[in-house]
Ligand binder design. Structure first.
Ligand SMILES: CC(C)(COP(=O)(O)OP(=O)(O)OC[C@H]1O[C@@H](n2cnc3c(N)ncnc32)[C@H](O)[C@@H]1OP(=O)(O)O)[C@@H](O)C(=O)NCCC(=O)NCCS
Length: 163
């Protein structure tokens, strides 16, 4: 499937960090998709953003349109289970629903085979479009839990795992 925008998919470099964080914060501000109110600088994220050459298993991809970053996806080591990566993704709102997300997930998953035995993700149960996108890419629901988010209130979260 060729998306209607002229897009470039590539691995991020440290020079992309500011634009990626700005994009994450823009999506957080929509208050529909992410479970944090803004970018949270975890150790895994900071390595992926600022010094990707130090950790080849910290996968961070970006999508560009007209030299601007319009989305990103990451697979970072799960804090708890060795060999398991955790996937996250965003596109800026006007670029959604055009199969770009599916292309991006498939590209980063292909790369993740080098480093991870399994890939999981967490998605709000209300996020039907993301769930559909992830299912198309081979994920299936693993479990659900109710979580009380400081900025969203109680929301159901689904954990998905590669089938
Ligand atoms: C999630 C996201 C990356 C998906 O990328 P995308 O390019 O929009 O998705 P795609 O176009 O590849 O696929 C979306 C699919 O969901 C379907 N869809 C759209 N809205 C839907 C809805 N409300 N419920 C169910 N399915 C829906 C589309 O029809 C499409 O399926 P199809 O190809 O079978 O027609 C993107 O929408 C996004 O960035 N959303 C905001 C951030 C976010 O939710 N991130 C994930 C947090 S875990």
């Amino acid at each position: 499937m060729i998306p209607p925008y002229n897009i470039i998919l590539r691995q991020a470099t440290a020079a992309d960090a500011r634009e990626i964080v700005a994009g994450i914060n823009e999506v957080c501000a929509e208050k529909h998709y992410f479970s944090t109110p803004h970018y949270i600088p975890t150790p895994q994220w900071e390595i992926a953003l600022r010094s990707p050459e130090r950790a080849p298993d910290h996968l961070l991809y970006v999508v560009e349109n007209e030299r601007k970053i319009i989305g990103a996806a990451q697979i970072l080591p799960s804090g708890t289970i060795r060999g398991v990566g955790e996937l996250g993704i965003f596109l800026l709102s006007r670029f959604r629903n055009r199969k770009i997300g599916t292309e991006l997930v498939m590209a980063i998953l292909d790369h993740a085979k080098l480093y991870y035995d399994d890939v999981v993700l967490f998605v709000l149960a209300t996020n039907g479009r993301a769930i559909r996108c992830f299912k198309k890419c081979g994920f299936a629901e693993h479990s659900r839990r109710l979580h009380n988010y400081a900025h969203l209130g109680p929301r159901e979260q689904i954990m998905m795992q590669m089938q």
